[in-house]
Design a protein around this ligand. Structure first.
Ligand code: SAM
Length: 282
């Protein structure tokens, strides 16, 4: 490992060996055990890293490909990383491929500290929408739900029970950057049920046996908590019983149910219908 200066202020370490201990630690983040041990996760791509820094996430390490040397945006991000006391590694394509497990890796990868919001800090106001997911298993589903929560302007996601990791590489990829914009709460079914008693609005569960058409409900002028069931088993009885309404999305054809992320998307766009317009967002 050598050290030198680029256009970015601060020291940049040049790494070409897969045996380098810093690289080994970052590669280990592919496994949940090491993500939890290091309280860290990986996000790929320059735009994501810039968004994360802008949103106040703590960067531990910035990794960039030799080919990105001289790119002003990359050097600016390197400076911001150094200013935040993070490490900056300039690596070979081989090292980047090993870290991302991809043949054509992005030129920039960031290692960030994980962040969860405590359940007690979720205090919804009128118009706020939260999504609670019961034991979500599939990282693609979780990432897609987080992206959709972000897209509709809902406030965040509550993960109940034994769930897939919001900071897994596949989840983060599926969020397309929304991992940095959407607060995530992790809780147990018992703690959720206690907290739910104080929820000041409508708790809307979705269920294949729901008697109410989701389009017949007025979601306006109140906080809404949308509760979605596990991919295989749907909502267990205790969580279903805690809902004010059990809603169903009518279906035709042979499919038994919708995919969890699709059902969440359908519900969220209905709940947020009055709040979304085509007007310029900037
Ligand atoms: N076999 C599971 C069951 O019996 O509930 C299917 C679960 S489905 C793949 C995952 C979740 O998506 C459900 O628990 C529910 O929250 C939601 N969902 C899917 N299709 C739905 C529909 N047509 N109406 C209401 N909720 C639906």
């Amino acid at each position: 490992m050598s050290e030198h200066r680029t256009g970015a202020p601060g020291r940049v370490k040049e790494v070409t060996s897969l045996a380098n201990p810093l690289v080994k630690d970052i590669k280990a983040l592919a496994l949940k055990k090491f993500r939890d041990q290091q309280n860290a996760f990986i996000a790929e791509g320059l735009k994501l890293v810039i968004d994360a820094l802008d949103l106040g996430w703590t960067i531990k390490t910035l990794i960039f490909a030799k080919s990105a040397l001289g790119n002003q945006a990359v050097e600016k991000v390197a400076s911001r990383t150094v200013a935040a006391s993070g490490d900056v590694l300039e690596v070979s394509e081989k090292v980047l491929s090993a870290i991302t497990r991809r043949d054509n890796p992005q030129a920039v990868v960031g290692v960030f500290s994980q962040k969860y919001l405590p359940l007690k800090d979720v205090r919804p106001k009128n118009g706020d929408v939260w999504v609670a997911l019961d034991r979500v298993r599939d990282p693609g589903n979780l990432g897609t739900v987080m992206r959709t929560v972000d897209a509709v302007g809902a406030k965040g996601v509550i993960l109940i029970g034994d769930t897939t990791d919001p900071f897994a590489v596949e989840t983060v990829r599926a969020t397309m950057g929304s991992v940095f914009a959407v607060p995530v709460v992790k809780t147990t079914p018992d703690a959720f049920l206690v907290w739910r008693k104080g929820f000041p609005g409508l708790v809307a569960g979705t269920h294949l046996k729901g008697a109410v058409d989701y389009r017949s409900v007025d979601f306006s002028n109140k906080p809404v908590l949308l509760l979605m069931g596990n991919e295989q088993q749907g909502l267990p009885d205790d969580l279903a019983a805690s809902c004010d309404r059990l809603l169903r999305i009518p279906q035709a054809g042979r499919a038994d149910s919708l995919n969890l992320a699709v059902a969440t998307g359908v519900m969220l766009f209905e709940i947020r219908r009055g709040a979304l317009t085509l007007e310029d967002r900037s």
